[in-house]
Design a protein around this ligand. Structure first.
Ligand SMILES: *Cc1c(COP(=O)(O)O)cnc(C)c1O
Length: 310
């Protein structure tokens, strides 16, 4: 047997990992010690569902909504874990408390897991629950939040709902990654994919909104029903602004008055350029600013907050 030299430099040095705490296989671990078997079907087949919630100023935001979506995803994929909802909540709180992070990105995952004897029958697998808390991260950088993102509308088709249910948060990301490379090639910051009918879909981990003549729109099908997306509907109702889930053509997005994207990772993020052309004046639009402000204001409201005891 030839022993190959150790190519440790090819792997990310764990000292470069973000600080954080994970829970897996019954234990809390520093994030760099949380490791998964290569035989887990979550890794081999992307056979998993997950959710990401955030902690802001020491409290979870809309945690119940994230847990409900996670639970629906597990049901849809015929997965189950031996934890009650109350126990999952406790685990997530513990990850954040142990990490000491006041603003955190909290991901929880159910993978198909591993099967005895490496059976290919998904019913044989023992599903695995993993959770972790790391520092809050955003789709957009600080400059992009201040000046707006440059979005490319790619011709990459989002995996159709008849193949993979987009309302189950999943790791089928090769379409998204293809979209990102296409966007970078065109000098853009990020990408939107299209649906099978050629309408706007969503991007890597975010929903898309356009504003035309004071009416806010976001795609209806072929997208994850984002918790932030729902928050935008609620904010618009509060602001007495019309907001609809409906098809958005590529032309409508390109000629919109304002565009923004939404994700738990970053909240409401403005887009000021599409395919190298500025949207309207090229500045962040007034309604987008009001919605962004309202989004962060909501974090102070007790009904959405679930404080962590550190
Ligand atoms: C997570 C995600 C979103 C955003 O959902 P939020 O609940 O607002 O974070 C949108 N699209 C995809 C594909 C996602 O994975």
């Amino acid at each position: 047997m030839r022993i190959l030299p150790k190519l440790s430099s090819r792997h990310t040095d764990h000292r470069n990992y973000p600080p954080g705490i994970a829970y897996m296989d019954g234990q809390y671990l520093p994030i760099h010690e949380a490791k998964l078997s290569v035989l887990d079907y979550g890794f081999l087949h992307s056979d998993a569902t997950y959710d990401v919630a955030h902690v802001w100023g020491g409290a979870f935001f809309k945690l119940g909504d994230h847990l409900d979506r996670f639970s629906r995803g597990m049901d849809a994929l015929h997965m189950s874990i031996p934890y009650t909802k109350a126990q999952i909540i406790e685990i997530l709180h513990n990850c954040v408390a142990l990490s000491k992070l006041k603003n955190a990105y909290v991901e929880f995952i159910c993978t198909r897991g591993t099967s005895p004897n490496f059976s290919r029958d998904p019913r044989d697998a023992e599903n695995r629950f993993i959770a972790f808390a790391i520092p809050f991260g955003s789709v957009a950088s600080k400059e992009q939040l201040e000046c707006g993102l440059h979005l490319a509308i790619t011709d990459v088709v989002r995996i159709p709902p008849s193949s993979v249910d987009p309302t189950v948060k999943n790791y089928h990301w090769l379409d998204m990654v293809k979209g990102l490379y296409a966007a970078y090639e065109r000098g853009a910051d990020t990408a939107t994919l299209i649906d099978l009918n050629g309408n706007v879909s969503e991007g890597p981990g975010f929903n898309i909104f356009s504003i035309t003549n004071g009416v806010v729109s976001t795609p209806d099908v072929s997208v994850l029903l984002g918790i932030t997306r729902q928050t935008i509907f609620d904010i618009c109702e509060e602001l007495e602004v019309r907001c609809h889930a409906q098809d958005i053509t590529v032309d409508k997005l390109k000629t919109a008055d304002e565009v923004f994207i939404t994700s738990t990772a970053g909240g409401v993020m403005p887009v000021t350029r599409i395919d190298e052309r500025p949207i309207a004046s090229g500045n962040i639009g007034p309604l987008s600013k009001r919605i962004m402000h309202a989004y962060w204001q909501l974090h102070n409201e007790g009904k959405h907050r679930d404080p962590v005891e550190y």
